[in-house]
Design a protein. Structure first.
Length: 525
């Protein structure tokens, strides 16, 4: 066991590199991230209910507002990642963005308490302050946590040894376990408090939790490895240089002769970095185009994941609306908040995650005879398939709900527990796809662009949210043939046709998966 002396915030410390477990700094960062998820889910998971019930928005307007808000929240990390990697350091980005995050939560709590004297439009100011804060906080915190495992300051993409490191996979595994634990509390506890004791208290608790977690992160500064990479050109500047070089060459010559391998654009699996051979890179463009090519070659996979991101948004929008239209009472006194069923996703993740390493991977090793069992793209693909099954199950459950709703007797309404299978299936798909996406986008970019890698992963869900809002608008326009209240997304439980919406999502996701599977051929030998 060797000990490495590394420069840290406020001085130097001895960092023990062990073959097992995670360092204290990694554990603290995972705990801080789980509290942030508690705060975020405490707001986001029940936001549709808040907008339709308290603010009195229509179902489609509320769903589009939530999807757009989540989209902006998920897209901003890509912008903040460029700033964090190019101009600031990750620690400073975390501290600055956390301040905006807390201010937004305080504003949202104040709005809930003073809503009688506040215009509805002013609600979105604190919500988008939360978006800006979370946009800088999340990718920087995750990349900063992974930095605690680094022992070198290399500028090129990871080596084979780094790619096969179990410790990196362990960090991302437990990172996701931590944020799911926080999400579980945010979904279950906060939705109950908000529906039972009011929205003022329901927003005040996440605000206090977030403020405390930021203070804890600041107190742990002396433990952190704060790497400052000395980069002559920022990643953003490298991409600009690549574009300039391409334009210049296009002006000089209409045709460029490339080696056969460049024409076929062979891409490699996660065990190999996505880059050209160093000699050919130097001959053609140098480092700048190599960086740009690395990012551009991730875009096909990025695009094929968008439909998974659309499905990923359904629990906080139409799954919740489904629950609102079903029988939710247990006994004579307890009523289940519709958003509470989102806890089934996180519970299934928490239960399956430890089994993934202990049972699933050993079994897959026996089948595939590979050290890691399956590669990261195969892991993502399995999750995509499960998400498609979840949409089929959701469509069947909605059809059954409509059949019972037609009886027009409240006691004959379908119980909300019929929705559990679709939530559980999405939890299973998350274990495969979301964790795989985190590892894929983080490991496939150069070391000095790791925050941008996390930003690319998060931006999938941002664009997916915008795509959700667009789909809702288009389908609402097409289905509103008999007036506004009779479309697929009608507020009337007997008129709503969410089952058709789910079937369309299943079809589009199946097409995306087939294209994803085809593209994976170009990432293999």
């Amino acid at each position: 066991m060797s000990t490495l002396i590394m420069q840290v915030q406020g001085g130097s410390m001895a960092l023990e590199k062990s073959s097992r477990g995670l360092s204290k700094s990694c554990i603290l960062i995972i705990v801080v991230a789980s509290v942030e998820r508690f705060a975020y889910k405490g707001v986001a998971s029940n936001l549709l209910s808040y907008l339709t019930g308290h603010v009195k928005m229509s179902t489609s307007s509320a769903a589009k507002s939530v999807s757009t808000w989540i989209g902006v929240t998920s897209m901003l990390p890509l912008v903040s990642a460029i700033l964090a990697d190019s101009y600031w350091d990750r620690y400073s980005t975390i501290m600055a963005s956390s301040l905006l995050y807390v201010i937004g939560l305080v504003g949202l709590t104040s709005w809930a308490l003073l809503c009688a004297w506040m215009p509805t439009s002013s609600l979105f100011l604190p919500l988008y302050l939360i978006s800006i804060g979370q946009g800088g906080y999340n990718p920087s915190l995750q990349a900063f946590g992974a930095d605690q495992l680094e022992i070198d300051d290399g500028r090129l993409p990871r080596s084979e040894e780094e790619g096969k490191s179990d410790k990196k996979s362990l960090f991302f595994q437990w990172w996701y376990f931590g944020i799911c634990s926080g999400s579980l509390l945010g979904n279950s506890v906060m939705s109950y408090i908000q529906d039972t004791f009011g929205w003022g208290l329901g927003f005040a608790i996440p605000t206090a939790a977030m403020a405390i977690s930021v203070a804890c992160f600041r107190c742990g500064s002396r433990f952190y490895v704060n790497k400052q990479l000395k980069i002559p050109n920022s990643p953003f500047q490298s991409i600009i240089q690549a574009v300039k070089l391409a334009v210049t060459r296009g002006a000089r010559s209409k045709t460029i002769s490339l080696p056969p391998r460049d024409v076929s654009v062979q891409l490699e699996l996660q065990e190999k970095p996505l880059r050209e051979d160093s000699d050919r890179c130097d001959d053609m463009a140098g480092e700048a185009p190599g960086v740009a090519k690395t990012i551009l070659r991730l875009l096909p996979i990025w695009m094929m994941l968008l439909m998974f991101a659309v499905i990923f948004q359904q629990p906080v929008t139409f799954f919740t609306k489904q629950g609102m239209m079903m029988r939710r009472s247990i006994g004579s006194s307890f009523v289940i908040p519709p958003a509470m069923l989102q806890s089934a996703i996180t519970i299934s993740i928490i239960l399956i995650m430890p089994l993934y390493d202990k049972l699933i991977i050993p079994f897959l090793r026996l089948v595939t005879r590979r050290e890691k069992g399956i590669d990261v793209l195969q892991r993502i693909g399995i999750g995509m398939c499960v998400s498609i099954v979840a949409m089929v199950v959701a469509a069947v459950a909605e059809s059954k709900r409509r059949t019972h709703e037609s009886l027009r007797v409240d006691s004959q309404r379908l119980t909300i527990f019929w929705l559990l299978p679709q939530y559980i299936l999405l939890g299973i798909s998350d274990v495969f796809t979301v964790v795989g996406m985190q590892e894929f986008f983080y490991m496939q970019v150069p070391t000095n662009m790791r925050t941008i890698g996390i930003g690319l992963y998060l931006s999938v869900f941002g664009v997916g949210s915008f795509l959700t809002a667009l789909l809702i608008s288009v389908l609402e326009l097409m289905s509103n043939t008999r007036g506004k209240s009779h479309g697929w997304f009608s507020d009337d439980a007997r008129e709503a046709r969410l089952d058709k919406f789910y079937w369309i999502l299943a079809l589009l996701s199946s097409i995306s998966f087939l294209m994803f599977a085809y593209l994976c051929r170009y990432y293999s030998r």
